[in-house]
Design a protein. Structure first.
Length: 440
Protein backbone atom coordinates (compact mmCIF):
# COMPACT_ATOMS: atom_id res chain seq x y z
CA UNK A 1 0.00 0.00 0.00
CA UNK A 2 1.33 3.45 -0.92
CA UNK A 3 0.64 7.00 0.21
CA UNK A 4 -1.17 7.59 -3.10
CA UNK A 5 -3.87 5.14 -2.00
CA UNK A 6 -4.94 7.21 1.03
CA UNK A 7 -6.61 10.16 -0.67
CA UNK A 8 -4.07 12.64 0.70
CA UNK A 9 -3.86 16.06 -0.93
CA UNK A 10 -1.43 16.76 -3.74
CA UNK A 11 0.53 19.08 -1.45
CA UNK A 12 1.05 16.36 1.14
CA UNK A 13 1.94 13.73 -1.45
CA UNK A 14 4.48 16.12 -2.93
CA UNK A 15 6.10 16.67 0.49
CA UNK A 16 6.18 12.92 1.19
CA UNK A 17 7.71 12.22 -2.22
CA UNK A 18 10.40 14.86 -1.62
CA UNK A 19 11.43 12.90 1.47
CA UNK A 20 11.82 9.76 -0.63
CA UNK A 21 8.88 7.87 0.88
CA UNK A 22 6.37 5.85 -1.12
CA UNK A 23 5.41 2.72 0.82
CA UNK A 24 3.42 2.92 4.04
CA UNK A 25 4.65 1.35 7.26
CA UNK A 26 2.14 -0.86 9.12
CA UNK A 27 1.29 1.82 11.71
CA UNK A 28 0.76 4.39 8.95
CA UNK A 29 -1.46 2.07 6.91
CA UNK A 30 -3.69 1.41 9.91
CA UNK A 31 -3.71 4.82 11.60
CA UNK A 32 -3.96 7.35 8.76
CA UNK A 33 -7.37 6.24 7.40
CA UNK A 34 -8.87 6.20 10.92
CA UNK A 35 -7.53 9.67 11.76
CA UNK A 36 -8.82 11.02 8.44
CA UNK A 37 -12.29 9.83 9.45
CA UNK A 38 -12.08 11.95 12.59
CA UNK A 39 -12.13 9.03 15.03
CA UNK A 40 -10.14 8.67 18.24
CA UNK A 41 -7.33 6.11 18.28
CA UNK A 42 -5.20 4.27 20.79
CA UNK A 43 -2.13 3.22 18.81
CA UNK A 44 0.94 1.27 19.78
CA UNK A 45 4.01 0.59 17.67
CA UNK A 46 7.70 0.19 18.22
CA UNK A 47 9.89 3.26 17.91
CA UNK A 48 11.26 3.90 14.43
CA UNK A 49 8.12 2.63 12.68
CA UNK A 50 6.84 5.96 11.32
CA UNK A 51 4.42 6.88 14.11
CA UNK A 52 4.95 10.61 13.59
CA UNK A 53 3.83 10.53 9.97
CA UNK A 54 0.98 8.29 11.10
CA UNK A 55 -0.64 11.22 12.88
CA UNK A 56 1.01 14.26 11.25
CA UNK A 57 -0.16 13.57 7.70
CA UNK A 58 -3.87 13.05 8.42
CA UNK A 59 -3.83 15.92 10.93
CA UNK A 60 -2.44 18.26 8.26
CA UNK A 61 -4.99 16.95 5.76
CA UNK A 62 -7.93 17.60 8.08
CA UNK A 63 -6.80 21.09 9.11
CA UNK A 64 -6.01 22.17 5.55
CA UNK A 65 -9.54 21.29 4.42
CA UNK A 66 -10.68 24.47 6.14
CA UNK A 67 -9.11 27.82 5.25
CA UNK A 68 -7.00 29.30 8.07
CA UNK A 69 -8.66 32.10 10.03
CA UNK A 70 -7.69 35.62 9.10
CA UNK A 71 -5.83 37.66 11.69
CA UNK A 72 -4.74 35.90 14.89
CA UNK A 73 -5.00 32.17 14.21
CA UNK A 74 -6.13 29.97 17.09
CA UNK A 75 -4.33 26.75 17.97
CA UNK A 76 -6.36 24.02 16.27
CA UNK A 77 -4.10 21.02 16.90
CA UNK A 78 -2.00 20.34 20.00
CA UNK A 79 0.72 17.68 20.09
CA UNK A 80 2.17 16.89 23.53
CA UNK A 81 5.51 15.09 23.90
CA UNK A 82 7.54 14.17 27.01
CA UNK A 83 10.92 15.63 26.04
CA UNK A 84 12.41 18.63 24.28
CA UNK A 85 14.26 16.48 21.75
CA UNK A 86 11.11 14.63 20.75
CA UNK A 87 9.14 17.88 20.58
CA UNK A 88 11.74 19.41 18.26
CA UNK A 89 11.79 16.36 15.99
CA UNK A 90 8.00 16.08 15.78
CA UNK A 91 7.79 19.81 14.98
CA UNK A 92 10.38 19.35 12.25
CA UNK A 93 8.34 16.51 10.73
CA UNK A 94 5.12 18.56 10.85
CA UNK A 95 6.88 21.47 9.15
CA UNK A 96 8.41 19.18 6.53
CA UNK A 97 5.14 17.44 5.62
CA UNK A 98 3.16 20.69 5.72
CA UNK A 99 5.63 22.82 3.80
CA UNK A 100 3.29 23.23 0.81
CA UNK A 101 0.20 23.99 2.91
CA UNK A 102 -0.92 27.42 4.25
CA UNK A 103 -0.69 26.21 7.85
CA UNK A 104 1.58 27.50 10.59
CA UNK A 105 3.24 25.26 13.15
CA UNK A 106 5.45 25.97 16.14
CA UNK A 107 7.18 24.18 19.00
CA UNK A 108 7.55 25.26 22.63
CA UNK A 109 9.57 23.58 25.40
CA UNK A 110 11.48 24.52 28.51
CA UNK A 111 15.16 25.18 28.99
CA UNK A 112 15.17 28.13 26.59
CA UNK A 113 14.04 31.75 26.72
CA UNK A 114 10.26 31.97 26.71
CA UNK A 115 10.07 35.40 25.02
CA UNK A 116 10.75 34.27 21.41
CA UNK A 117 8.06 31.63 21.89
CA UNK A 118 5.60 34.31 23.01
CA UNK A 119 6.33 36.31 19.87
CA UNK A 120 5.66 33.27 17.66
CA UNK A 121 2.39 32.50 19.46
CA UNK A 122 1.20 36.09 19.06
CA UNK A 123 1.45 35.77 15.29
CA UNK A 124 -0.96 32.84 15.35
CA UNK A 125 -0.28 29.10 15.12
CA UNK A 126 -2.44 26.31 13.67
CA UNK A 127 -0.44 23.35 15.01
CA UNK A 128 1.46 23.54 18.29
CA UNK A 129 3.98 20.93 19.50
CA UNK A 130 4.80 21.28 23.19
CA UNK A 131 6.09 19.70 26.37
CA UNK A 132 3.52 19.84 29.18
CA UNK A 133 5.44 22.08 31.56
CA UNK A 134 6.26 24.88 29.14
CA UNK A 135 2.74 24.70 27.73
CA UNK A 136 1.33 25.43 31.20
CA UNK A 137 3.89 28.22 31.64
CA UNK A 138 2.37 29.96 28.61
CA UNK A 139 -1.16 29.33 29.83
CA UNK A 140 -0.21 30.85 33.17
CA UNK A 141 1.19 33.94 31.45
CA UNK A 142 -1.94 34.17 29.27
CA UNK A 143 0.11 33.95 26.09
CA UNK A 144 -1.75 30.86 24.87
CA UNK A 145 -5.42 30.02 24.35
CA UNK A 146 -6.38 26.37 23.94
CA UNK A 147 -10.15 26.85 23.77
CA UNK A 148 -10.35 26.11 20.03
CA UNK A 149 -8.21 22.97 19.82
CA UNK A 150 -9.82 20.44 17.46
CA UNK A 151 -7.26 17.63 17.68
CA UNK A 152 -5.14 16.50 20.63
CA UNK A 153 -2.18 14.15 20.15
CA UNK A 154 -0.37 12.53 23.07
CA UNK A 155 2.89 11.18 21.64
CA UNK A 156 4.97 8.72 23.68
CA UNK A 157 2.22 8.84 26.29
CA UNK A 158 3.72 6.02 28.34
CA UNK A 159 6.94 8.01 28.74
CA UNK A 160 4.99 11.05 29.90
CA UNK A 161 3.43 8.93 32.63
CA UNK A 162 6.83 7.48 33.57
CA UNK A 163 8.18 11.01 33.95
CA UNK A 164 5.39 12.14 36.27
CA UNK A 165 3.43 14.32 33.85
CA UNK A 166 0.00 12.85 34.64
CA UNK A 167 -1.06 15.86 36.74
CA UNK A 168 0.09 18.31 34.06
CA UNK A 169 -1.74 16.29 31.40
CA UNK A 170 -4.94 16.48 33.41
CA UNK A 171 -4.55 20.26 33.78
CA UNK A 172 -4.09 20.58 30.01
CA UNK A 173 -7.14 18.42 29.31
CA UNK A 174 -9.25 20.71 31.49
CA UNK A 175 -8.31 23.64 29.22
CA UNK A 176 -9.44 21.97 26.00
CA UNK A 177 -12.89 21.88 24.39
CA UNK A 178 -14.97 18.83 25.28
CA UNK A 179 -15.59 18.07 21.62
CA UNK A 180 -12.30 17.17 19.94
CA UNK A 181 -10.46 14.31 18.30
CA UNK A 182 -7.95 12.50 20.54
CA UNK A 183 -4.97 10.49 19.29
CA UNK A 184 -2.93 8.57 21.84
CA UNK A 185 0.33 7.09 20.57
CA UNK A 186 2.54 4.97 22.79
CA UNK A 187 5.51 2.67 22.31
CA UNK A 188 3.95 0.20 24.74
CA UNK A 189 0.49 -0.67 26.07
CA UNK A 190 0.76 -0.70 29.85
CA UNK A 191 -2.15 -0.92 32.24
CA UNK A 192 -1.54 2.75 33.15
CA UNK A 193 -1.88 3.76 29.50
CA UNK A 194 -5.14 1.88 29.18
CA UNK A 195 -6.51 3.63 32.27
CA UNK A 196 -5.56 7.01 30.78
CA UNK A 197 -7.19 6.04 27.50
CA UNK A 198 -10.43 5.03 29.23
CA UNK A 199 -10.87 8.55 30.59
CA UNK A 200 -9.64 10.39 27.49
CA UNK A 201 -10.75 8.61 24.35
CA UNK A 202 -14.24 8.31 22.89
CA UNK A 203 -14.91 4.85 21.41
CA UNK A 204 -11.32 4.63 20.13
CA UNK A 205 -10.00 2.36 17.42
CA UNK A 206 -7.29 0.14 18.87
CA UNK A 207 -4.22 -0.14 16.66
CA UNK A 208 -1.37 -2.45 17.61
CA UNK A 209 1.16 -3.46 15.00
CA UNK A 210 3.66 -5.24 17.22
CA UNK A 211 3.63 -7.73 20.05
CA UNK A 212 3.23 -6.29 23.54
CA UNK A 213 6.50 -4.66 24.65
CA UNK A 214 8.78 -6.47 22.18
CA UNK A 215 12.36 -5.54 21.39
CA UNK A 216 13.01 -4.86 17.73
CA UNK A 217 13.82 -8.12 15.95
CA UNK A 218 16.42 -6.36 13.82
CA UNK A 219 18.54 -5.64 16.92
CA UNK A 220 21.18 -8.21 17.90
CA UNK A 221 21.39 -8.25 21.70
CA UNK A 222 24.26 -9.46 23.87
CA UNK A 223 25.27 -9.22 27.52
CA UNK A 224 28.89 -8.89 28.62
CA UNK A 225 29.18 -9.76 32.31
CA UNK A 226 31.87 -7.64 33.98
CA UNK A 227 32.72 -6.15 37.36
CA UNK A 228 31.25 -2.69 37.89
CA UNK A 229 34.65 -1.05 38.41
CA UNK A 230 35.88 -2.44 35.06
CA UNK A 231 32.93 -1.40 32.91
CA UNK A 232 34.56 1.79 31.65
CA UNK A 233 37.75 -0.06 30.65
CA UNK A 234 35.72 -2.72 28.82
CA UNK A 235 33.65 -0.09 27.02
CA UNK A 236 36.78 1.70 25.80
CA UNK A 237 38.24 -1.63 24.71
CA UNK A 238 35.12 -2.56 22.73
CA UNK A 239 34.92 0.83 21.03
CA UNK A 240 38.58 0.74 20.02
CA UNK A 241 39.02 -2.93 19.14
CA UNK A 242 35.79 -3.16 17.17
CA UNK A 243 36.24 0.26 15.58
CA UNK A 244 32.82 1.53 16.64
CA UNK A 245 32.43 5.01 15.17
CA UNK A 246 28.95 5.98 16.42
CA UNK A 247 27.84 4.64 19.79
CA UNK A 248 24.91 5.70 21.96
CA UNK A 249 25.63 4.77 25.60
CA UNK A 250 23.04 4.82 28.38
CA UNK A 251 23.74 5.44 32.05
CA UNK A 252 21.33 5.47 34.98
CA UNK A 253 22.09 8.97 36.32
CA UNK A 254 23.06 12.42 35.05
CA UNK A 255 26.21 12.46 37.18
CA UNK A 256 27.16 9.05 35.80
CA UNK A 257 26.72 10.31 32.24
CA UNK A 258 29.01 13.28 32.85
CA UNK A 259 31.61 11.13 34.57
CA UNK A 260 31.65 8.46 31.85
CA UNK A 261 31.92 11.02 29.04
CA UNK A 262 34.89 12.61 30.79
CA UNK A 263 36.58 9.24 31.29
CA UNK A 264 36.14 8.29 27.64
CA UNK A 265 37.66 11.62 26.62
CA UNK A 266 40.70 10.78 28.76
CA UNK A 267 40.90 7.46 26.89
CA UNK A 268 41.17 9.39 23.64
CA UNK A 269 37.57 8.76 22.54
CA UNK A 270 35.53 11.85 21.62
CA UNK A 271 32.43 11.79 23.81
CA UNK A 272 29.64 14.08 24.99
CA UNK A 273 26.87 13.74 27.57
CA UNK A 274 23.20 14.61 27.13
CA UNK A 275 20.67 14.75 29.97
CA UNK A 276 18.09 16.95 31.67
CA UNK A 277 20.53 19.19 33.53
CA UNK A 278 22.25 20.23 30.32
CA UNK A 279 21.03 23.46 28.76
CA UNK A 280 18.98 23.07 25.60
CA UNK A 281 21.82 24.62 23.60
CA UNK A 282 24.32 22.12 24.97
CA UNK A 283 21.99 19.21 24.26
CA UNK A 284 21.34 20.37 20.72
CA UNK A 285 25.07 20.83 20.01
CA UNK A 286 25.96 17.44 21.46
CA UNK A 287 23.34 15.67 19.36
CA UNK A 288 24.36 17.56 16.20
CA UNK A 289 28.04 16.71 16.75
CA UNK A 290 27.13 13.06 17.27
CA UNK A 291 25.05 12.89 14.12
CA UNK A 292 27.78 14.41 11.93
CA UNK A 293 30.55 12.27 13.44
CA UNK A 294 32.42 14.97 15.36
CA UNK A 295 31.61 13.05 18.55
CA UNK A 296 32.09 9.29 18.56
CA UNK A 297 30.15 8.45 21.73
CA UNK A 298 26.99 10.10 23.05
CA UNK A 299 26.34 9.25 26.70
CA UNK A 300 22.70 9.70 27.66
CA UNK A 301 20.22 9.16 30.45
CA UNK A 302 16.79 7.71 29.79
CA UNK A 303 15.43 11.15 28.90
CA UNK A 304 17.12 10.55 25.54
CA UNK A 305 15.72 7.04 25.12
CA UNK A 306 12.69 8.51 23.36
CA UNK A 307 12.76 10.90 20.46
CA UNK A 308 16.39 10.56 19.38
CA UNK A 309 16.15 9.89 15.67
CA UNK A 310 19.59 9.00 14.31
CA UNK A 311 19.72 7.42 10.87
CA UNK A 312 21.27 3.95 10.83
CA UNK A 313 22.72 4.14 14.36
CA UNK A 314 24.79 0.93 14.54
CA UNK A 315 25.41 0.45 18.28
CA UNK A 316 23.61 1.07 21.56
CA UNK A 317 25.34 0.23 24.84
CA UNK A 318 23.66 -0.15 28.22
CA UNK A 319 26.53 0.89 30.47
CA UNK A 320 24.05 0.38 33.30
CA UNK A 321 20.78 -1.50 32.99
CA UNK A 322 17.64 0.57 33.55
CA UNK A 323 15.57 0.06 36.68
CA UNK A 324 12.38 -0.29 34.61
CA UNK A 325 12.45 -3.18 32.10
CA UNK A 326 10.39 -1.27 29.51
CA UNK A 327 13.15 1.36 29.36
CA UNK A 328 15.48 -1.33 28.02
CA UNK A 329 13.17 -1.74 25.02
CA UNK A 330 13.06 2.02 24.47
CA UNK A 331 16.85 2.31 24.72
CA UNK A 332 17.73 -0.39 22.23
CA UNK A 333 14.98 0.89 19.95
CA UNK A 334 17.38 3.69 18.96
CA UNK A 335 19.16 1.17 16.71
CA UNK A 336 17.77 -1.27 14.15
CA UNK A 337 15.25 1.34 12.95
CA UNK A 338 13.35 1.34 9.67
CA UNK A 339 14.49 -2.17 8.77
CA UNK A 340 18.20 -1.54 9.38
CA UNK A 341 20.22 -3.92 11.52
CA UNK A 342 21.61 -2.82 14.87
CA UNK A 343 23.48 -4.10 17.90
CA UNK A 344 22.63 -3.62 21.57
CA UNK A 345 25.37 -4.42 24.08
CA UNK A 346 24.74 -4.49 27.83
CA UNK A 347 27.56 -4.38 30.38
CA UNK A 348 26.14 -6.18 33.41
CA UNK A 349 27.68 -6.40 36.87
CA UNK A 350 26.59 -8.77 39.64
CA UNK A 351 24.50 -5.96 41.15
CA UNK A 352 22.30 -5.94 38.04
CA UNK A 353 21.45 -9.63 37.73
CA UNK A 354 17.90 -9.10 39.03
CA UNK A 355 17.40 -6.21 36.58
CA UNK A 356 18.55 -8.49 33.77
CA UNK A 357 16.12 -11.22 34.82
CA UNK A 358 13.28 -8.66 34.79
CA UNK A 359 14.26 -7.57 31.28
CA UNK A 360 14.40 -11.14 30.03
CA UNK A 361 11.00 -11.83 31.58
CA UNK A 362 9.60 -8.87 29.61
CA UNK A 363 11.29 -10.06 26.40
CA UNK A 364 10.11 -13.62 27.07
CA UNK A 365 13.56 -14.91 26.20
CA UNK A 366 17.11 -14.91 27.50
CA UNK A 367 19.72 -12.50 26.14
CA UNK A 368 22.95 -14.28 25.07
CA UNK A 369 25.85 -13.91 27.53
CA UNK A 370 29.44 -13.52 26.31
CA UNK A 371 32.41 -12.98 28.64
CA UNK A 372 35.26 -10.97 27.11
CA UNK A 373 38.64 -12.52 27.85
CA UNK A 374 40.59 -10.37 30.28
CA UNK A 375 37.39 -8.86 31.73
CA UNK A 376 35.98 -11.91 33.52
CA UNK A 377 33.91 -11.08 36.62
CA UNK A 378 35.58 -11.68 40.00
CA UNK A 379 33.47 -14.38 41.71
CA UNK A 380 34.49 -13.09 45.15
CA UNK A 381 32.70 -9.74 44.65
CA UNK A 382 29.29 -9.60 46.33
CA UNK A 383 26.28 -7.75 44.96
CA UNK A 384 25.53 -4.28 46.35
CA UNK A 385 22.27 -2.28 46.34
CA UNK A 386 21.68 -0.16 43.24
CA UNK A 387 21.09 3.55 43.64
CA UNK A 388 17.88 4.21 41.73
CA UNK A 389 18.70 7.29 39.67
CA UNK A 390 15.07 7.70 38.58
CA UNK A 391 13.82 8.46 42.07
CA UNK A 392 14.44 11.84 43.67
CA UNK A 393 14.16 12.57 47.39
CA UNK A 394 10.86 14.14 48.44
CA UNK A 395 10.67 17.88 47.90
CA UNK A 396 8.71 20.41 49.86
CA UNK A 397 5.64 21.67 48.08
CA UNK A 398 6.14 24.98 46.35
CA UNK A 399 3.79 27.80 45.50
CA UNK A 400 2.43 27.53 42.00
CA UNK A 401 1.43 30.95 40.75
CA UNK A 402 -0.39 29.37 37.80
CA UNK A 403 -2.78 27.46 40.07
CA UNK A 404 -4.51 30.20 42.08
CA UNK A 405 -2.00 30.06 44.92
CA UNK A 406 -2.39 26.33 45.52
CA UNK A 407 0.67 24.24 46.17
CA UNK A 408 1.75 21.00 44.58
CA UNK A 409 5.02 19.11 44.13
CA UNK A 410 7.00 19.92 41.00
CA UNK A 411 7.17 16.40 39.62
CA UNK A 412 8.78 15.34 36.37
CA UNK A 413 9.10 18.87 34.98
CA UNK A 414 12.82 19.27 34.35
CA UNK A 415 12.82 16.60 31.69
CA UNK A 416 10.75 18.51 29.18
CA UNK A 417 8.84 21.32 30.77
CA UNK A 418 9.97 24.23 32.91
CA UNK A 419 13.53 25.45 32.73
CA UNK A 420 15.76 22.91 34.48
CA UNK A 421 18.37 23.61 37.10
CA UNK A 422 21.78 24.29 35.69
CA UNK A 423 24.54 21.84 36.00
CA UNK A 424 27.64 21.84 34.77
CA UNK A 425 40.63 6.22 19.58
CA UNK A 426 41.60 3.60 21.22
CA UNK A 427 42.53 0.61 19.06
CA UNK A 428 43.44 -2.95 19.84
CA UNK A 429 43.36 -6.51 18.70
CA UNK A 430 40.10 -8.27 18.11
CA UNK A 431 38.88 -9.54 21.50
CA UNK A 432 38.68 -13.24 22.22
CA UNK A 433 35.31 -14.26 23.52
CA UNK A 434 33.91 -17.22 25.38
CA UNK A 435 30.22 -17.90 24.80
CA UNK A 436 28.19 -18.99 27.80
CA UNK A 437 24.77 -20.57 27.99
CA UNK A 438 21.92 -18.07 28.42
CA UNK A 439 20.53 -17.70 31.93
CA UNK A 440 17.34 -16.24 33.38
Amino acid sequence: MTFNDLGLSAELLRAVSEQGYSQLTPIQAKAIPVVLEGRDILASAQTGTGKTAGFALPLLQRLSAQKPAKGNRPVRALILTPTRELAAQVAESVATYGKHLPLRSAVIFGGVNIRPQIQVLRKGVDILVATPGRLLDHVGQKTLDLSQVEVLVLDEADRMLDMGFIHDIRRVLALLPKQRQNLLFSATFSNEIKRLADGLLNSPTLIEVARRNPAAESVAQVVHQVDKKRKRALLSFLIGSRNWQQVLVFTRTKHGANRLAGQLEKDGIRAAAIHGNKSQGARTRALADFKKGAVRVLVATDIAARGLDIDQLPQVVNFELPNVPEDYVHRIGRTGRAGNEGEAVSLVSIDEHKLLRDIERLLKRAVPKVVIEGYEPDPSIAAEPINNGRQNPPRAKVKNSRNSGKSRPRTGRNAGGAKPGTGRNGTGAKPKTRRMAPTG
